[in-house]
Design a protein around this ligand. Structure first.
Ligand SMILES: C[S@@+](CC[C@H](N)C(=O)[O-])C[C@H]1O[C@@H](n2cnc3c(N)ncnc32)[C@H](O)[C@@H]1O
Length: 152
């Protein structure tokens, strides 16, 4: 019965807690000062290019800074566990700036390869204690600058 009532009327942002979300009206939330300088993303044309069959199911042993074997706007999901720059045998012992530049180059290239609305998932560890280095926050900053939108 409750569900039916919500379906007819729809829920809206409540003054305390979240009782449910059905046909939800969140306009009150988005009218808040928190969102005063933020606009919802504009509607863009969906672009999806085909990946040639001969390109699929192959491992390309090269840096992901350039992925010219893959057409732009052709990938729906990128998942990576990038190097953490912690002196593993595949790491280059880069400064934080140089490391961020490397990852940013890869994520910029990823952005080009993803279809409109494509997703990127990054597995990253924060490092050290003296002081603690919150790599995840730098990566979020760099990805927002590239044009990625965060997903909750
Ligand atoms: C944290 S490990 C992830 C390993 C991976 N999850 C696996 O199971 O093989 C990081 C990997 O990134 C690779 N790597 C380092 N620099 C790279 C680059 N510029 N482009 C692509 N891969 C890179 C390393 O060789 C290493 O295999």
């Amino acid at each position: 019965m409750k569900e039916l009532k919500y379906k007819r009327n729809g829920t809206k942002t409540s003054s305390f807690g979240t009782p449910g979300r059905i046909n939800h009206d969140s306009s009150e939330f988005y009218d808040s000062k928190l969102y005063a300088d933020k606009k919802p993303p504009e509607k863009v044309k969906f672009i999806e290019n085909c990946i040639p069959a001969e390109t699929l199911d192959k491992i390309y042993c090269k840096s992901s800074e350039t992925m010219n074997n893959i057409p732009d706007c052709s990938v729906h999901l990128m998942v990576t566990s990038p190097p953490y720059n912690v002196k593993k045998e595949y790491d280059k012992d880069l400064s934080l700036d140089a490391y961020r530049t490397l990852l940013k180059a890869v994520f910029k290239e990823t952005y080009n390869k993803l279809v409109t609305g494509g997703r990127a998932c990054i597995n990253i560890a924060n490092l050290g204690r003296k002081p603690y280095i919150p790599l995840h926050s730098y990566i979020i900053e760099d990805m927002l600058e590239i044009g990625f939108l965060m997903r909750g």
